[in-house]
Design a protein. Structure first.
Length: 375
């Protein structure tokens, strides 16, 4: 009889860090230190060292981090930001919130990462930024994106929300553009116990601008040089992030081992296309995304077998109702659109056991066969 397998087990991660986090939280309650302070400063320093950048500014969440990253380099109304159609809506949403225009491009068929040729073809006189998304745990093809940006005098703002610890031939995700943004939503490889995010950069002026904008446009209390926002990182979340950062490489290694084992177990299942790692990349497997025939039927069958799955993402951003005003139609970005009907994210977290992985493999094989019979 198959065992149930959750899509994600956050409780196991929390259990590993609970004692040390609770001890810090007790100290914070005594000191009444909740916004900023030494715990946030320590996390910013430690994460900067981990990523390999000069500055990290902890903020409220990943979407705010992207908006702050865009605003910190002067992106404003009417400026165009090139980004992949295959991403979470926050990549575009952060641009729209400041009046910038998301310009979507297609992705490559092997890795579902932004297509550099499509990027160059989309550049206009209004283009200000290229935002490659390091998706599913892999870095985007920065060795091709960066020369394009340099050629046209554009800034690169990385969306590194799914790539804590990932690297490619050009270096570690989060340290590959002028500025980068990440999310520490609980399900990320490095996740808080609530919403949190960060902006990373080597540019001290950009870092200072982010810090000011995130605090109501103020670097001195009650002195507001510009209209900012309230987007500061809570100290209680910084305590969780510090504890988890110390374990991140170990947890990422466990994800890599789970992905390796999936590859062995799933190889040869007819109708299933396994994920490919881009040459030069060190994938940290935020998600294990396969492509499968009869995806929706397979999802139903896996659910009946108590196997948790996800779809990242069922609708490319250009086809969402939120962006209908841009006038895109089906067929413009064929790779992203076709993949949206096939992709299926299998359970992936550091505490997966061999029994879990075997149960997923068995259930997937049965589900694919059942879906084929029902077709």
């Amino acid at each position: 009889m198959s065992i149930p397998v959750p899509f994600l087990d956050l409780a196991a991660q929390q259990a590993e860090v609970a004692d040390e986090v609770i001890a810090v939280w007790r100290d914070q309650l005594t000191a009444a230190s909740f916004i900023g302070g030494p715990e946030v400063e320590a996390f910013e320093h430690e994460y900067a060292e981990y990523i390999g950048v000069e500055h990290v500014v902890g903020v409220s969440n990943g979407t705010d981090a992207l908006e702050l990253a865009y605003r910190s380099i002067g992106v404003g109304p009417g400026d165009e930001i090139i980004m992949p159609a295959n991403t979470f809506i926050a990549t575009a949403e952060a641009a729209s919130r400041i009046g910038a225009v998301p310009v979507f491009v297609d992705v490559d068929d092997d890795h579902l990462l932004i297509d550099p040729e499509a990027v160059e073809a989309a550049i206009t006189s209004r283009t200000k930024v290229i935002t490659p998304v390091h998706l599913f745990g892999q870095t985007a093809p920065m060795e091709r994106i960066t020369p394009i940006a340099d050629k046209y005098g554009l800034d690169v703002v990385e969306d590194a929300a799914q790539s804590q610890g990932a690297s490619g031939s050009a270096g570690r995700a989060g340290a590959l553009g002028r500025v980068a943004a990440t999310s520490f939503y609980p399900g990320k490889n490095l996740g808080a116990a609530g919403d949190a995010g960060a902006v990373m950069t080597d540019d001290p002026d950009v870092a200072a601008q982010v810090r000011k904008l995130a605090c109501h446009g103020s670097s001195t209390k009650y002195v507001h040089a510009s209209i900012g926002m309230n987007a500061r990182l809570d100290a209680v979340q910084a305590a969780v992030l510090r504890a988890k950062l110390r374990r991140l490489d170990t947890w990422n290694a466990a994800r890599c081992e789970a992905a390796r084992r999936y590859g062995e177990l799933l190889e040869g299942i007819d109708g299933v296309r396994l994920p490919a790692v881009r040459p030069g990349n060190e994938d940290v497997w935020h998600l294990y995304v396969i492509r499968v025939d009869g995806r929706d039927r397979v999802v139903t069958q896996l659910g009946a077998a108590d196997i948790g799955v996800g779809i990242h993402y069922p609708t490319p951003v250009h086809l969402t109702a939120a962006y209908s005003r841009l006038g895109h139609s089906r067929g413009e970005f064929p790779v992203a659109e076709k993949a949206a009907g096939e992709i299926l994210s299998l359970p992936m977290f550091p505490h997966l056991t061999r029994d879990h992985l075997q149960a997923v493999a068995n259930a997937l094989q049965n589900a694919v066969l059942a879906a084929r019979r029902a077709a």
